[in-house]
Design a protein around this ligand. Sequence first.
Ligand SMILES: CC(C)(COP(=O)(O)OP(=O)(O)OC[C@H]1O[C@@H](n2cnc3c(N)ncnc32)[C@H](O)[C@@H]1OP(=O)(O)O)[C@@H](O)C(=O)NCCC(=O)NCCS
Length: 185
Amino acid sequence: MAGLIAGRPPRVHSDKAMSALSLVIRPEHPDDAPAIGRLHARAFGPGRFARTAYRLREGVPHADALSVTASVGSFLVGSVRMSPVQAEGPAFLALGPLAVDPSFSGRGVGSGLMRAALEAARAAGEGLVVLVGDAPFYARFGFTPVPPGRLSLPGPVDPARFLRLELAAGFSERVSGIVTAARAR
Ligand SMILES: CC(C)(COP(=O)(O)OP(=O)(O)OC[C@H]1O[C@@H](n2cnc3c(N)ncnc32)[C@H](O)[C@@H]1OP(=O)(O)O)[C@@H](O)C(=O)NCCC(=O)NCCS
């Protein structure tokens, strides 16, 4: 991927399978919100509001500069968001939701979104990203289960799905306790 400007992921055209469709991956813009809401409804359904991952982010505005969308023409086909969270210690990031329109799945959109969002977080000097999701998918980006006992979530979650990626070595040692929405930084 091309270099970052001011910590924001650049517009890129993805490689391989999507190239014929001119996939554009770019930072989220406030005007994207309605299309992202519709995408979440298609990908997750009404049960999404009851999930622990949703509760974790409730009431926190996501970070636009670290959140990324994928579009084909004027059609928004994918989105990943990052939100500031905290426990005891310095603030860090929660990743999610990640969603790709079902008609575009399996074509590298989700992976492209993940790479762009993590690159933006790294460039912004963030130290840690946590998420709730399928370990076999997120392992390819370096996520591993949060070791038991150190961090917990404000609701029930399968421990095998509570994952982390350290962007700064040793950052995890500096945080502990219940992860909640971060106060304004
Ligand atoms: C999960 C999701 C984001 C993947 O997006 P995508 O654009 O299809 O992903 P990509 O094309 O970049 O990657 C596909 C690869 O991931 C794998 N994969 C996709 N979903 C997976 C899952 N839940 N668990 C394990 N592997 C998964 C595919 O098998 C494929 O593997 P391959 O590269 O070895 O063939 C998308 O399917 C989606 O939006 N699903 C519904 C919402 C959701 O579940 N969001 C994530 C919450 S955990």
